[in-house]
Ligand binder design. Structure first.
Ligand SMILES: Nc1nc2c(ncn2[C@@H]2O[C@H](COP(=O)(O)OP(=O)(O)OP(=O)(O)O)[C@@H](O)[C@H]2O)c(=O)[nH]1
Length: 172
């Protein structure tokens, strides 16, 4: 998720975010990929091998929810091990005026349950729920790291500090 007031993403932007989980520090490697169709092929490069994906949509724009569904399907088909977090953005806007909400909270939650994901509503403007979302990603990663150890022979993710994951935002 990007900082507030940004240019359109072309390709992807990367940031490393260390997060304290118990007595460990998990450093998330976050790729912020372009949400627009124009950069679809490029976005695919970044989610390969991702352990988590935050698929964002704009709570005030129903077409962005449809687009988020597209990415969810794509991730489910291509990245079996990738845990999905669905994220409705611009919660500050709908808190200011509820009539601007285009996706009902319960509909988003139902969809999230259907796909076995987790749902968050955030604001990049106020920062609301953003830390909570990344904290959850890091905690989930930490608790499944040992499971991956058995699948990836020779790679001890319990010792490895980085977990690479990506976000696909579509707020426009
Ligand atoms: N009020 C409010 N505006 C937001 C929020 N998040 C994004 N915006 C605005 O929405 C517009 C698009 O935001 P971006 O973060 O560039 O959206 P994006 O979907 O990631 O766009 P791409 O990078 O092109 O994929 C910008 O004008 C932002 O300032 C938010 O949480 N609240």
């Amino acid at each position: 998720m990007k900082s507030f007031f940004t240019e359109n993403t072309i390709g992807a932007a990367f940031v490393a975010k260390p997060i304290q989980v118990g007595d460990k520090v998990i450093t998330l490697g976050i790729w912020d990929t372009a949400g627009s169709e124009r950069y679809e092929a490029m976005s695919r490069i970044y989610y390969r091998g991702a352990r988590a994906a935050v698929v964002c949509y704009d709570l005030t724009d129903s077409s962005s929810f449809q687009r988020a569904k597209f990415w969810v399907k794509e991730l489910q088909n291509c990245e079996e091990l990738c845990k999905i977090y669905l994220c409705g953005t611009k919660s500050d806007v709908i808190e200011g005026d509820r009539s601007l909400r285009q996706i009902d909270y319960h509909d988003a939650q139902d969809f999230t349950e259907e796909i076995g994901a987790q749902y968050f509503e955030t604001s990049s403007k106020t920062g609301k729920n953003v830390d909570e979302l990344f904290q959850k990603v890091a905690e989930d990663y930490n608790s499944t790291a040992f499971q991956f150890m058995t699948e990836e022979t020779g790679v001890d993710l319990g010792q490895k500090k980085d977990s690479y994951f990506y976000t696909c935002c579509h707020n426009n």
